[in-house]
Design a protein around this ligand. Structure first.
Ligand code: PLP
Length: 418
């Protein structure tokens, strides 16, 4: 067993936890404590030296527990387990997806730097980039799926803003229309603008497909970001986030986290560990259901168009097919579709659903439906909405673990009623 590397799902119940340190409890307890007792003053001195980077951590030396804003067993064990899915060296868990994203962007960007980002990104991320970062004199340049490397490089080089590209932040598949962006292409753009003095950082928000179905670090990304509120948490009962990458980069992210104080608490850490035990079975069931729902929708006369990764191998463009093949391990569980009609028909459908709940968020055990144009993406500028296919007739579905026949029956009765 020892020389064979185990699959992450086999390790979610035990990895990083020693029952002997907790009275033999099979499950990691909730360490609901703000501070930790040092055995000796010398020990406290050493823990601080390492935690504040005054002295290097020795090989094999574990960082001692100090204070729950710096570290806590529930967070550390959770972080070790999250690393397994993305094969990352280190992970930092946050109190929300937004705090993971904003902390990573703030750590690597300085006033005068340029950020390149894919459009659309999550509404909160978009707002943070275009309002808060702008205020700090950090400029951003957006691009959309389908633009080539040459076009993007030219755009950056000919842009009127002075300053250097320092970071690239992307989301793929894009929310809500599942448009694909090539992570390797972004890594090439990153390398083109990197030099000895300036290492451009590529971060990927992997909330839509991760941590099972897409592994951005393998395609040249430096950081993977999650809203753990979604699939990782998976039960619509917590808000949390995570950032993964190399030891070196995550040490920097954790440094800023310590001073912003936006780490997750022990209770959230414990709930996420519980969620991780069933992550794979949940996500696989959701993907299986989504495939059947998408097929049903695609044949329905009241549905104009279905945006679903599972249709790319047959109907996608050559570029989409290529990205899908190299980047995705599943077609996922997110579907968007255009209903025949407008806001009126879309709202009629949403208001008639019974099993599927009318709510934003995604990736949870229960199926959810929402209207991006007036809800999650209401803030997107109108000219972009058209380019991104976000119209009044668009509906977004997050497919859950219910029986697929019941999900489809609910969709059928709601469509019949339109
Ligand atoms: C929900 C979401 C976020 C924000 O996460 P919170 O946990 O709500 O802060 C960021 N990115 C994506 C893609 C999301 O879906």
């Amino acid at each position: 067993m020892n020389d064979r590397k185990m699959h992450p799902e086999s390790l979610m119940m035990s990895h990083g936890y020693k029952p002997s340190l907790s009275e033999g409890a099979i499950k990691c307890p909730i360490f609901q404590t703000s501070t930790f007792v040092f055995n000796k003053a010398e020990e406290g001195k050493r823990f601080f030296e390492v935690a504040y980077g005054i002295k290097e951590q020795e090989k094999g030396e574990e960082l001692g527990l100090i204070y729950s804003r710096l570290n806590n067993p529930d967070l550390e064990i959770l972080e070790n387990r999250l690393c397994l899915w993305d094969e990352a060296e280190d992970c930092a868990v946050f109190e929300s997806g937004m705090s993971a994203i904003s902390t990573a962007l703030m750590e690597f960007l300085s006033p005068g730097d340029i950020l390149l980002y894919s459009r659309p990104v999550y509404g909160g991320t978009d707002h943070f980039i275009n309002h808060f970062l702008k205020k700090l004199n950090i400029h951003s340049i957006g691009f959309i799926a389908g633009e080539t490397k040459e076009q993007i490089i030219k755009r950056i080089e000919s842009s009127k803003v002075s300053g250097n590209l320092k970071m690239i932040h992307i989301e793929t598949p894009a929310n809500p229309t599942n448009a694909l962006i090539d992570i390797e292409m972004c890594a090439e753009i990153k390398n083109y603008f990197s030099n000895e003095n300036r290492q451009v950082i590529l971060s990927v928000d992997n909330t839509y497909m991760g941590p099972l179905w897409q592994h951005p670090l393998k395609h040249g990304a430096d950081l993977v970001l999650y809203s753990a509120t979604k699939y990782i948490g998976g039960h619509s009962d917590i808000i949390a986030g995570a950032c993964l990458g190399s030891k070196e980069l995550i040490t920097r992210v954790k440094g800023l986290r310590t001073f912003l104080g936006n780490m997750a608490g022990p209770w959230t850490g414990w709930l996420l560990m519980r969620s991780l035990e069933t992550l794979k079975v949940r996500m696989e069931e959701q993907a299986k259901n989504a495939s059947l729902v998408a097929q049903y929708l695609s044949k329905h006369p009241k549905v104009e168009k279905v945006y679903f990764l599972g249709f790319i191998p047959e109907n996608g463009s050559a570029i989409e097919k290529e990205i899908y093949k190299k980047q995705y391990l599943s077609s996922g569980a997110m579907i968007s579709f255009d209903i025949r009609g407008d806001e009126k028909e879309a709202f009629s459908f949403l208001n008639t659903l019974k099993l599927i709940k009318l709510a934003v968020s995604l990736g949870s055990t229960e199926s959810l439906a929402e209207h991006p144009f007036t809800m999650t993406h209401v803030d997107v500028a109108d000219e972009y909405k058209a380019a991104l296919n976000i119209s009044e007739k668009l509906i977004r579905l997050s497919v859950g673990v219910e029986h697929h026949e019941d999900i489809i029956a609910d969709i059928k009765q709601a469509l019949d009623n339109v």
